[in-house]
Design a binder for this molecule. Sequence first.
Ligand SMILES: *[C@@H]1O[C@H](CO)[C@@H](O)[C@H](O)[C@H]1NC(C)=O
Ligand SMILES: *[C@@H]1O[C@H](CO)[C@@H](O)[C@H](O)[C@H]1NC(C)=O
Ligand SMILES: *[C@@H]1O[C@H](CO)[C@@H](O)[C@H](O)[C@H]1NC(C)=O
Ligand SMILES: *[C@@H]1O[C@H](CO)[C@@H](O)[C@H](O)[C@H]1NC(C)=O
Ligand SMILES: *[C@@H]1O[C@H](CO)[C@@H](O)[C@H](O)[C@H]1NC(C)=O
Ligand SMILES: *[C@@H]1O[C@H](CO)[C@@H](O)[C@H](O)[C@H]1NC(C)=O
Length: 290
Amino acid sequence: MKYTVFLASLDICIFCLILLSRKSSAADFLYEACVPRNCGNGPNITFPFYIEGLQESYCGYPGFHLKCGKHGYPTINSTENDYIVETISYPSRSFRVYNAAVLSNLTGRCLPQIKNTTLPIGEFQYVNVTSPYLSSNCIEQLPKDLSQYMVDCQGENRDNLDLAILDKDENLQKGLENCEKNVVAPVEVHGDKERIVVAEYEEILRRGFELNYLSSSDCSTCEREGDRCGFNTTTHSFRCFCPDRPHFRRCRPLRTVSSKLLSKKKKKKKVSYFFFVAFDLWNLIIENLN
Ligand SMILES: *[C@@H]1O[C@H](CO)[C@@H](O)[C@H](O)[C@H]1NC(C)=O
Ligand SMILES: *[C@@H]1O[C@H](CO)[C@@H](O)[C@H](O)[C@H]1NC(C)=O
Ligand SMILES: *[C@@H]1O[C@H](CO)[C@@H](O)[C@H](O)[C@H]1NC(C)=O
Ligand SMILES: *[C@@H]1O[C@H](CO)[C@@H](O)[C@H](O)[C@H]1NC(C)=O
Ligand SMILES: *[C@@H]1O[C@H](CO)[C@@H](O)[C@H](O)[C@H]1NC(C)=O
Ligand SMILES: *[C@@H]1O[C@H](CO)[C@@H](O)[C@H](O)[C@H]1NC(C)=O
């Protein structure tokens, strides 16, 4: 019986040791701080983007700050409009945005409250974007050839007349002259053939558009291996935040070798543990039989 108690406690000891050995590998705080986060909705945010207030600025690249909107989506910090970041493709360095105004209710209005946009264009480039004009407060007796651009908002308690005109349209100038307020809203077109149909302007605004960004190749190795790139504004240099400490380019210089060794070690540990438990059980059975 004493033997049984001894074996059982030995088992527990080994189990505890295994747990401890796992726990003791606490990760570096920079690595922990830069864990991908999200705003509740939308994509997970990681380098080069960071969410102001949720992630530290060193988790991203200067100018790539996002903020969480009331709607629970990450948005580009732009003074005029909120642009919701719908998806981010980190490998192709592009992301898709749409104007948050399309989410709001249009009671009494035909067009969403879109303002002229100046995105922080230095860092981002538009992909296949055209800019139709959204014109509101237009005069009541519109010239006939402008009626085709009239935004249809039946059932709405409309207080003015709105138009949507493509930027290359022959009637653009006339439209601008007959409306009080004109704004330019970037939208995506799929090739030259696509014509923007006024009736679909809402859908097209919701579709949003794609932006490309540049990112330093200094981060590509770190990112590719699933680690967390960051930026030190003091030294103005990229760092790869690793579980142990920050490195320059990558966390594991000899990745293949070390990971192979690691998995072998782990396997060995597991196998020996199972042998041990099996041996214990065998002993217990023998003892009980006796
Ligand atoms: C965000 O990351 C979490 C944890 O890795 C994952 O479960 C979730 O699906 C991710 N969300 C998106 C939108 O990719
Ligand atoms: C974000 O935008 C607000 C104005 O909307 C501005 O006051 C703030 O400085 C911006 N944040 C950054 C980091 O540029
Ligand atoms: C928009 O209007 C619908 C009904 O008209 C309402 O249920 C919804 O809560 C409104 N959404 C917002 C954001 O005000
Ligand atoms: C928006 O920009 C367009 C083109 O630059 C300009 O014609 C228009 O007056 C601007 N609208 C407002 C409200 O500033
Ligand atoms: C952009 O438009 C061109 C044709 O004008 C097309 O070949 C290309 O695939 C489009 N790119 C995207 C990202 O939609
Ligand atoms: C940035 O670099 C400075 C100087 O080497 C260092 O003191 C600081 O801890 C670094 N910060 C981050 C966030 O890496």
